[in-house]
Design a protein around this ligand. Structure first.
Ligand code: NAD
Length: 304
């Protein structure tokens, strides 16, 4: 049986496939025409956020039994159609949780201590010591919005740093909250009382623009917003206004309503914002875990 690996995959994952007796065909990010040729006789396809596995691709792959995403999001796969054809979809939803949580913490320190701003000034030859007054995280209050896999790890690290933790989630898990020294509250209370608000909800109809003008105005003027979830959880126009007009003090953003973030976007003009290009899962460890987990799942589907 043949497995098409259509995106970079950790070598340990390739080994798992080969050790199970599967033939591995590797071609990095083929275009749609090339992908149509490659899938003709394969039993499995492994992708990352690319390439797209559309109905058209599925229709020319009669042997296909499983589509694997070495990561979390399934936006590039026609999941409904694949399922209607009896094709299994597997992914690795927890593989990057630690990495995303650590990036959220990194952004908090970065914004609180103006690290990126200071670095930019140094490169311009400016010793901006006076403009770089920051604040400590210990003793401050962190509001965690979405207390799932990633939110839980962020809360645990924040607790270890000595932060007070407020938690908002539709699912009220008192026991897990207690584990991280956190207190479950409603969203408005969290926004009013947090020095840093960090978002870890999935993007759904309910969470679309969950943080808009009203919510940003509830936050403290010296508060920071961190978003490593999905760009559209925040109303970007309202956030730009908030940062320009001082409703809040700063933001650390890994995700955007439009990705890649357009060149010259107003966010790129603001000194109190730290921007990263959706790199939450971009660590050696997360990629290794994701690759190995989906390789094992593919073997299980094909070999039982
Ligand atoms: P998860 O499913 O484990 O946790 C999400 C939590 O949000 C759950 O506890 C759920 O009850 C809660 N929730 C859902 N809807 C809610 C609502 N309307 N109000 C309040 N709480 C709500 O997910 P996770 O693995 O922790 O991932 C969280 C987010 O991180 C997702 O948006 C995911 O897309 C994103 N993510 C980003 C990157 C990155 O590279 N930046 C990588 C992986 C995941």
């Amino acid at each position: 049986m043949k497995v098409l690996v259509a995106a970079p995959l950790h070598e340990k994952a390739i080994e798992i496939l080969k050790n199970a007796g599967l033939e591995v065909v590797y071609e990095e990010y083929p275009d749609q025409e090339r992908l149509k040729e490659l899938v003709k006789d394969v039993s499995a396809i492994i992708v990352r956020s690319k390439p797209k596995v559309t109905k058209e691709i599925i229709d020319v792959a009669p042997n296909l039994k499983v589509i694997a995403r070495a990561g979390v999001g399934l936006d590039n796969i026609d999941v409904e159609y694949a399922k209607s054809k009896g094709i299994e979809i597997v992914n690795a939803p927890a593989a990057s949780s630690r990495s995303v949580a650590e990036l959220a913490i990194a952004l908090m320190f970065n914004v609180a201590r103006k690290v990126a701003f200071a670095d930019r000034k140094m490169r311009e030859g400016v010793w901006a010591k006076k403009q770089c007054m920051g604040f400590e995280l210990e003793g401050k209050t962190l509001g965690v919005v979405g207390f799932g896999r990633i939110g839980y790890i962020v809360a645990k690290i924040a607790n270890a740093i000595g932060m007070n933790v407020l938690i908002y989630d539709v699912n009220k898990n008192e026991e897990r909250a207690k584990e991280v020294g956190g207190k479950l509250v409603e969203l408005d209370e969290l926004l009013k009382n947090s020095d840093i608000v960090t978002l870890h909800v999935p993007l759904t109809k309910e969470t679309y623009h969950m943080i808009g003008e009203r919510e940003l105005k509830l936050m403290k003027p010296n508060a920071i917003l961190i978003n490593t979830s999905r760009g559209a959880v925040v109303d970007t126009n309202a956030l730009v206004n908030a940062l320009q007009e001082g409703w809040i003090a700063g933001a650390g953003l890994d995700v955007f309503e439009e990705e890649p973030l357009p060149k010259d976007h107003p966010l790129t003009k603001l000194d109190n914002v730290v921007l990263t290009p959706h790199i939450g899962a971009s660590t050696v460890e997360a990629q290794e875990r994701a690759g190995m987990e989906v390789a094992e799942k593919v073997v299980k589907v094909l070999k039982g």
